[in-house]
Design a protein around this ligand. Structure first.
Ligand code: GDP
Length: 418
């Protein structure tokens, strides 16, 4: 059966921790979307890994990178070296049809952001968006295309010809890359990855036929979805979990979906954020939660939990249970607010409509008493402070699905099962 982890907010909910945690009993983990624009941090004891290409696990597993994932070759190679150096002897399978994010794409993303000026998306500038454009325009470079250097030269030259003109004449910038160097490094990295090439649709289809479990890791999160998120402040592709079927290349089927959410909201980059805090409470959350981007290191915008969005994300993805993280971060704050409805000009509006004008909505809040500092570890739920239990009960009732996991620290061991 497919078991998936999906983010219910704007990303960085702690999905990596839950992929690692849930992978305890599952031997196969697959990634099917996104690229090095999203990083997942995982910690177990003294080992801390940051993954943006390989599925996030510090356990020995079968790791699949499926067709919809976008590959930054140096980052992938670094992550493969990391797990090998840590003696995590996972087996790795990579679909040769994955598209490659080139240094040229990074330059394009940066030039396009500069061109957009104050309307910029706030992209991390890795190049994933430009890579997706080339994929749709049918002149992208797939992993399989990197192996034959002369064929790669001709494909890259075509792409370079188009994109260099765009950078020079549309964006008024200069390409700072060397074509021959990009060709050579792309070819060399491709050769290094070649031993892992596998048609992952077949591999995963076979596992499902045998009744094996596969854990799916969704990169980014619901409200960065290109269609149902806060467009245009989104990524360039869809992030809803059900896109996995097309991105892996398997038929739609029933799956178990864990929605991961933080006990508050954060957002990196631009875009509307109704519950954003501009007060010292935001600094409190940011410092205690170490809310700085894994990839970009940018300070994250922080705000109160928005249950309108959480409930909407639960329904959009078909979430079956929730994992809530970072309840330790809020501890000690005087009072906690949670958005439970949206209003525009005195009228209550639903989430679909609100998402089209999220910069205009006024959140209506419910206030909760906060809990005191949490302990390092807990044996069971009964030990949790009653204020925290009230907060959790309200969330699961509002969202309409149970909270199954409560994470009160970054370590794998700091997780309670409800
Ligand atoms: P992801 O992209 O959704 O995997 O999230 P990130 O890795 O960007 O951010 C999650 C961060 O929060 C990581 O640094 C985790 O180690 C950390 N983290 C996860 N769960 C908890 C928790 O319950 N409490 C605290 N304080 N940190 C957590």
């Amino acid at each position: 059966m497919l078991k998936a982890v999906v983010g219910l907010q704007f990303g960085d909910e702690g999905k990596g921790k839950f992929v690692d945690y849930l992978s305890g009993n599952i031997n196969n983990i697959a990634r099917f979307n996104g690229g090095a624009n999203a990083g997942h941090c995982v910690q177990y004891g003294n080992v801390r890994g940051s993954f943006s290409q390989l599925p996030a696990s510090l356990n020995k597993k079968n790791l699949y990178i499926c067709q919809g994932a976008l590959i930054s070759l140096p980052v992938l190679v670094k992550e493969i070296d990391f797990i090998k150096n840590e003696n995590i002897n996972s087996s790795i399978f990579i679909d040769p049809r994955c598209h490659v994010v080139l240094p040229l794409h990074a330059e394009l993303n940066k030039a396009s952001e500069k061109y957009k000026g104050k309307n910029k998306i706030g992209s991390v500038g890795v190049g994933v968006g430009a890579c997706v454009e080339d994929k749709s325009n049918r002149h992208g470079i797939r992993l399989i295309d990197t192996l034959d250097k002369e064929k790669l030269r001709s494909k890259l030259a075509f792409l370079w010809g188009i994109r260099e003109k765009q950078i020079n004449y549309v964006f008024n910038e200069q390409v700072k890359l060397d074509f021959e160097e990009m060709l050579e490094t792309t070819h060399q990295y491709g050769k290094r990855i070649e031993p892992y090439f596998t048609f992952t649709n077949e591999a995963i289809g076979n596992l499902l036929d045998h009744g094996d479990d596969i854990l799916l890791e969704t990169s980014q999160a619901t409200f960065l979805d290109n269609s149902f998120g806060t467009y245009p402040y989104t990524v360039a592709y869809q992030t809803l979990v059900q896109t996995c079927f097309a991105m892996i290349g398997i038929p739609a089927q029933k799956m178990h979906i864990v929605g991961v959410m933080k006990a508050y909201m954060i957002r990196v980059g631009n875009g509307p954020f109704p519950t954003e805090l501009q007060t010292e409470q935001a600094d409190y959350i940011r410092e205690r939660g170490n809310e700085y981007g894994t990839v970009s290191k940018r300070p994250r915008r922080c705000g109160w939990l928005d249950l309108c969005l959480i409930k909407h994300a639960v329904r959009l993805n078909g979430v079956t249970e929730i994992a809530i993280t970072n309840v330790d971060v809020l501890a000690g704050i005087d009072e906690i607010k949670v958005a439970i409805a949206y209003e525009i000009d005195g009228e209550i509006i639903g989430s679909d409509k609100a998402l089209l004008q999220l910069d205009k909505v006024k959140p209506i809040y419910k206030t909760f008493k906060c809990w005191g500092e949490l302990k390092e570890s807990y044996e069971n739920l009964a030990e949790l402070p009653c204020e925290l239990v009230d907060f959790l009960n309200y969330i699961q009732e509002y969202a309409g699905v149970p909270i199954k996991y409560i994470s009160h620290g970054p370590d794998r061991a700091q997780t309670l099962i409800a």
